[in-house]
Design a binder for this molecule. Sequence first.
Ligand code: HEC
Length: 366
Amino acid sequence: MRKAISSLSLLLAACAAKAPPDVQNNPDGGDGVDAPANVGMTVSGKVMDYFTAAPLDNTTVASDGLDPAVTTTSATDGAYSLNIATGSKLFFLTSRTSYRATRSAAITVADVALTQDIYAMSAADVRRQYTSLGKAPTAGTAFVAADLVKQNATPIVGIPLANVTLVDANNQPVPGVVGPYFFGAVGDIDPALTTATAYGTPPRSRVAFLDVPPGTFTISVTFPNMAGNTQILTLFTAAADGANIVVTGNGGAGSAQPPLDPKFSTDIYPRLQKAASGGSGCANCHTAGGPGAVLKYDDPADLVLTNMKAITGVLDLVTPANSLLLKKPLYELPPAVQDHPNATFLDINDPDYKLILLWIKNGAKP
Ligand code: HEC
């Protein structure tokens, strides 16, 4: 995944020109009180062909993970631009004539404008991957290509096919799936290749699974490191006749050891603050005059905690995972619809999700 940080001036101009729907609908919009800064970030780049990197015009790009969803169509040169809430994790879905509906890897929008190219796979290119195996795509299944990268974004090479598996929620192989196959130097799958090999510029190491049925599955990749083996698990959701681009190690978990008995003031409160203050961006919206003003996170810590406890459901000490503090910012797997403007936790393995869950389990201590 490529990320670039654009200049601060571009970022500020973008904020002034375009506000996310929640801000536009906010009654504060007309009363002279400025909308809170940095609620939305510009995410822009090109829509390109996955196999040839040619720019793709007239391609619909829609978000999955935002409520309401945002959507746009790429320009003649493939360019697109969207405004996405700070601190979001989301996916992009592309659709275009003769192309498979292609679902991106997870995208993380922090507190700076993001350059993010989006790829789509043509039906013909996908079909060619099957042809090289003497097969045709099975109707109603997906083609899944994964970039094998470590958490530090370098390609994983030198591992055998057996180190890459696709499993369901019960850790069982998925019936009907064909593969994995590594990609070879020409950029297509190479059925003869038995070891992950990097190719192209920048170097990438790719693997594919064919005939993946609709559903949510996990790709597991295991590679040796100095201490032994590292296993990276990456969730993705396949749709009938679609294509998926997966990036392993994407937005990798931090290695810092979480506190054993987290406290609100020192461990949780800082995570709820504005992205500019090093938090996950909750207070970008959850602030006076912001779209999430129902629950302000930038008041003093003791007041924030008192207010959270006063609203039924925000903290559920009996069933901690049901707490709205965890559920609202958690990405909802399709076909469920998002119940919050954005997702900050992609799944329950997110380090902040785990930290907050432990804090509630331990009694939500101040
Ligand atoms: C893009 C703006 C935005 C961001 C960022 C955001 N929220 Fe929200 N949040 C809202 C809005 C708007 C609502 C009210 C509508 C709803 O519930 O979806 C809300 C509702 C909530 C609620 C329910 C409050 C209630 O009284 O029902 C919780 C809890 C919550 N958010 C937690 C969080 C947490 C935790 C984060 C950061 C990880 C976060 N939000 C980030 C906009 C945001």
